[in-house]
Design a protein around this ligand. Structure first.
Ligand SMILES: [Zn+2]
Length: 292
C-alpha cells in the first residue's frame, strides 16, 4: 500500500513536470522588453508615432507580438511575466488587450530605460520588436536609443539597443534567451552577446523590407520563446568585464560638449565622449544623463 502510494506520487510528479515544462513548484520569472520598430508589417517612422494615421494598427500588432511572447512564456512554465513597453512614449501597448496573466510597465522612469522593472529576481529576458544599431545595412528603422546618437560603444563593442539592454540584464545575472525583430538584428545581437533564440519577421532591403504575415510572426515568437525558456540553462548572461568604458558618438557636436560637463566624462573627439567606471550602474546612469 505504502509502496503503491509512493509510485502514484512519483507518477503524478512526472506528469506535472511534463505539463509545466519544469520542476513542480519552481519559479520562472520572465521579463519581456517590447520595442516597435521590429514588429512584423511595420516599415516607416509614421507607423511608430502617436498621431501617425496608421499608428493604431501598428500598436495593435505590437500588442499582439507581446502577447505571443507572454503565451510562449506561460507554455514553458512561467510563474510570473512582466512586459515593459519600451518604445518612444512607452505608452504604445494597449493595456486592455495585453494578456491578463502579465503585468505591464508603462511610461519612462529611471536609467534602466527599456529595462525598467528588471531586477535579480528574474530568471530570463526576452526582446520583442527590436531593431539593429545605426549604420547597419539592410536594417529596418535602425538607430541606437535616439536618432541623435551616431554610435554607442561599450568596452570597444558597437552596441545595438539589444546589446546594451542585455548588458543591463547581465548586471542582474539574468540571461537574454530570445529576440524578435528584422533579420539584421537577429544576426547582430548574436554577434554581440552570443547565441540566443531568434525570430526574423522581416528582411530589410535598404529602406524597404520583405515581410512575413503578422500572424505567422506571432506564431514564430510564441514557439521561439517557449523553446528558449525550456532550454534556459543553455543561455549565459552577457557580462562585459570591469572596468567598463562607454563611448558615445553624438550626431551633433553641441551634445558632445554638454555630455562632457557631467563629472567623470572625457571628451575624446569632436562628437565623442567617454566615461569609465568599475561600477556598471555608474555607466548606465551616465548614459541616461548624457542623452538628456
Ligand atoms: Zn523603438
Amino acid at each position: 500500500m505504502k509502496r503503491s502510494l509512493t509510485i502514484l506520487i512519483a507518477v503524478l510528479l512526472v506528469a506535472m513536470f511534463a505539463v509545466a515544462g519544469q520542476a513542480p513548484g519552481k519559479k520562472l520569472k520572465v521579463f519581456i522588453s517590447v520595442d516597435m520598430e521590429g514588429v512584423a508589417g511595420l516599415i516607416h517612422w509614421d507607423e511608430t508615432s502617436q498621431g501617425g494615421p496608421d499608428y493604431q494598427l501598428f500598436r495593435t500588432l505590437m500588442t499582439g507580438e507581446a502577447n505571443a511572447a507572454v503565451a510562449g512564456a506561460f507554455e514553458a512554465g512561467a510563474t510570473e511575466v512582466v512586459v515593459r513597453d519600451a518604445h518612444d512614449s512607452a505608452r504604445n501597448i494597449l493595456p486592455d488587450q495585453i494578456d491578463p496573466r502579465a503585468r505591464l510597465i508603462r511610461e519612462w522612469n529611471g536609467p534602466l530605460s527599456m529595462m525598467e522593472g528588471l531586477d535579480r529576481t528574474f530568471d530570463a529576458v526576452v526582446f520583442v520588436g527590436y531593431h539593429a544599431r545605426i549604420g547597419t545595412p539592410n536594417a529596418v528603422l535602425k538607430h541606437t536609443m535616439s536618432l541623435s546618437l551616431y554610435d554607442v560603444i561599450l568596452n570597444g563593442v558597437r552596441q545595438p539597443e539589444g546589446g546594451w539592454n542585455a548588458a543591463i540584464a547581465g548586471y542582474f545575472d539574468v540571461p537574454v534567451v530570445f529576440l524578435s525583430g528584422d533579420a539584421a538584428i537577429c544576426k547582430q545581437i548574436q554577434e554581440v552577446i552570443g547565441p540566443i533564440g531568434t525570430a526574423a519577421v522581416k528582411d530589410g532591403m535598404g529602406p524597404a523590407a520583405s515581410m512575413i504575415h503578422p500572424s505567422k510572426a506571432r506564431e514564430m515568437i510564441q514557439n521561439g520563446v517557449r523553446t528558449a525558456l525550456q532550454n534556459l540553462k543553455a543561455y549565459k548572461s552577457y557580462k562585459p568585464s570591469s572596468p567598463y568604458k562607454l563611448e558615445i558618438v553624438f550626431a551633433d557636436e553641441n551634445q558632445a560638449r554638454r555630455a562632457s560637463y557631467i563629472p567623470g566624462a572625457d571628451r575624446t573627439g569632436e562628437r565623442t565622449v567617454a566615461f569609465t567606471s568599475a561600477d556598471f550602474m555608474d555607466i548606465v546612469k551616465y548614459f541616461r544623463l548624457a542623452r538628456l
